[in-house]
Every structure is written in C-alpha cells, then in structure tokens.
Ligand binder design. Structure first.
Ligand code: PMP
Length: 391
C-alpha cells in the first residue's frame, strides 16, 4: 500500500512502545485450546486461558457444532434483524433466559459489542454512567460512545460510588456499571452494596459477568447467583460465551422492555452480522454441561486452594481472590517480565500484566486455572515459581 502520510510518527511510536517493554504480539497456537498447548514449536503448560471449565475443545460441544454446520452452513449471512437470526440463536436466547431467570436474553456477536451496545442503547445526553475504574475496556468504551456523562469511582470503593451518585443527582437517568468478577484481581464486585446504593439514588445497574458466568454461583449462574439476589431484583447482566462456556459470543439478560429497547437502539446489535448459528448450537450443549457438571467448579476450587497454600508457603504475594484468577504481585515491571520468562523456560506460561493495565508498582503474574488442570500441574507450577524466584 501507499505509505501513510504520518508513517514516520507511527514508526517512532512503535519504537517507543518497544523500548518501554509494552509491545504487543500474537503468539501462534497450533491445535486445540487446553492446558497443554503447542505454541510455535514448544509444548507448554498454560495457566493463561479463560477456558475456566475446560470446555473449549469438549467432544460433545465440537460434535454439536459440526452437526449444526451440516444443517445450516457456516455463516449466518446477515444481521439478526434481517435474515441472520436462526433457529439455534432463538433456542439459545430462550435457554439463557431460563438459565439466568431473566425475562429475556439478546445475543451479541462478542462481549465487547454487547457492552458497547447496552450502554449506548440505554443512555443519551443528560444521563450519567458511573463506572468502577477497573472495569473492562469495552465498558469504558461504551461510556465514551454515549452522549451521557461518564463518571468513575476507585475500584470497589462504595463511599466514592455514593459520592459520584450524589454528583450525578441532576442527571436524568443514572446507570452504575461494574465487572462482576474483576479480570486482573480476581475479586468479586460488592453487588449487594451496589444494589442498595442504586435503590437509594434511583439508578439502574449493569454487571459484566464475563469472568463470573459459568464459574461462580449456583450451577455457574454467575455473580447475581453468588450473592443470591432474586431474579426480580437483579441488575442487567452481560455474559460472555467465549470464556467458561468455551464457545463464543455474548448476551444481555434483562427484562422485556430493556431487550426491546436494545433491539431498536443498540447499534452494535443492529449493524452487525449475527454470529454463526453453529456457535449457538454448540453453546446450547455447553450450557447443559456447565449446569450439570458441578465437578468442574469443585475441581477448580480444589486447585485454587492447593495453589494458594503452596504459594503462601513460598512467601509469594497473593490477592484475596477465591476465583480461578490468581494474581501474584511482583511490583517491578522488569522483574515481572523476568520471572515470566524464567517460567516459560521451564515450559510454563502465565500472563505478565503491567501498568497501565494494572496500577503502578503492581506488575503481576496473572495465573488462571482451568478445571482441566490436575493436582500435578499445580505442583509443577509451584516448583517452577520457586525456581524462578530463587534465580
Ligand atoms: N468483559 C470482560 C470483563 C472481558 O474480560 C472481556 C474479554 N476479555 C470482554 C468483556 C469482551 O468479551 P469478548 O471477548 O466476548 O469480546
């Protein structure tokens, strides 16, 4: 292609990013998602996928996908509102409504788009969206997309949420937005307190349960179920299907009025192609497994406890997380990168997360567990951590 007129500026920006150790690069995985994966020419024990229940390559889910492709082809061919809404999409929306106990569910092609759509679709000029500072980028981007005012409160700080709601008292409508299970710390949002404040200030609440759905709560029903909040008192929930559920796409669960409004107004729903129907068919099977196979969540809890006990004995700095996201705080960016590299030399892959994704001086290893890990895998991780620290 022709050189961009600002070619030199981009070259300098990329070089600067590289020098700061913030250059992003894909790594080529060959073969299935799982705990033992092939990256390039190496086989590695992975602790950095979101396939929390080990379902991404489950034979029954693969089979459902293949059968649906034989019946309906691959592409959905159009947006839901044209001819893209298939039998499988409809069945999945109904099943998810049943599963979440909400009146109605609307499918989106990705979680990113669901978050943009639900915030943009429900708010307009004169309204206010009030977000936890550590919310996922797609929620923050949803706030930027609307004409509503966007306010933020420090992570999980309820007294400052109260203050922000007070500041937004003159806004026409208020929407509080929070991740359910935070992806960098592994903690669960204080939803009962958020709901109490929302009542006090006549605000609505939206929870992004990308990491909680399938993992916590009764039968994997997520953050709302974890706190035993009744369906008729529940917030609007976004759930994603590409993590614990092992397939792809996302949904919004809410009442009839909210869903009908999103169908009319959420641009990321209206102006995009529906996900391939076979993904919905595979998700229908996955949801059955998620609900019935409690052993997957029990296995996760055992692995988490085993890891935490071992890591504490090694004197590692953990966060108070009882979820499959277990950060180990290192502090210094370079040291975190070094320890990550030493683990990789030993055939173990973890996420190395640095500012600005997390606060300054809290660079960390982000270790995520899957029900497909074994006790021996966790032992191997602990031994490798001990060696990487001792270096
Ligand atoms: N919300 C959160 C909290 C996430 O972690 C992610 C994915 N990283 C998303 C939304 C976006 O979901 P998707 O990958 O389906 O676009």
């Amino acid at each position: 292609m022709a050189k961009l007129p600002w070619h030199n500026e981009l070259t300098a920006a990329l070089a600067e990013r590289k020098a700061a150790g913030r250059y992003r690069q894909n790594r080529l995985r060959i073969g299935e998602q799982g705990v033992h994966i092939q990256l390039g020419d190496k086989t590695i024990l992975s602790f950095c996928s979101n396939d929390y229940l080990g379902l991404a390559a489950h034979p029954a889910i693969k089979q459902a996908f293949k059968q649906a492709v034989d019946k309906e082809g691959v592409g959905s061919g159009a947006a839901h509102l044209l001819t893209g809404h298939s039998f499988y999409h409809q069945a999945l929306e109904e099943k998810l409504a049943d599963f979440t106990g909400q009146q109605r569910v609307l499918l989106f092609s990705t979680g990113y788009m669901a978050n943009l759509g639900v915030i943009d679709g429900l708010l307009t000029r004169g309204d206010a969206v009030i977000q936890d500072k550590w919310n996922h980028a797609s929620l923050l981007d949803g706030g930027r997309l609307t004409d509503a005012d966007q306010l933020r409160y420090p992570h999980a700080d309820m007294s400052l949420l109260h203050k922000r709601l007070h500041n937004a008292a003159t806004a026409k409508h208020r929407l509080i937005v929070s991740d359910g299970l935070f992806s960098m710390d592994g903690d669960i949002a204080p939803l009962p307190e958020i709901m109490a404040l929302s009542e006090q200030h006549r605000a609505a609440v939206l929870i992004d349960d990308a990491h909680g759905f399938g993992v916590i709560g009764e039968g994997g029903r997520g953050t709302v179920s974890h706190y035993q909040i009744a369906a008729d008192k529940a917030p609007i929930v976004v759930g994603t299907l590409g993590k614990a559920i092992g397939t792809g796409g996302a949904f919004v669960a809410a009442d009839e009025l909210v869903i009908e409004t999103l169908i009319q107004q959420a641009r990321s729903y209206v102006y995009t192609t529906a996900q391939p129907p076979a993904i919905a068919a595979a998700t229908l099977v996955s949801l059955d497994l998620v609900e019935k196979e409690q052993w997957r969540r029990d296995q996760l809890q055992q692995l988490i406890q085993q890891f935490r006990q071992g890591a504490e004995q090694l004197g590692l700095e953990l966060m108070p997380s009882m979820t499959p996201i277990q950060p180990v705080i290192i502090g210094d960016d370079k040291k975190a990168l070094e320890i990550g590299a030493r683990l990789e030399e030993q055939g173990i892959l973890v996420g190395v997360i640095r500012p600005p994704t997390v606060p300054k001086n809290t660079a960390r290893l982000r270790i995520t567990f899957s029900a497909a890990h074994t006790e021996q895998d966790v032992d191997r991780l602990l031994v490798a951590l001990e060696q990487a620290y001792a270096h």
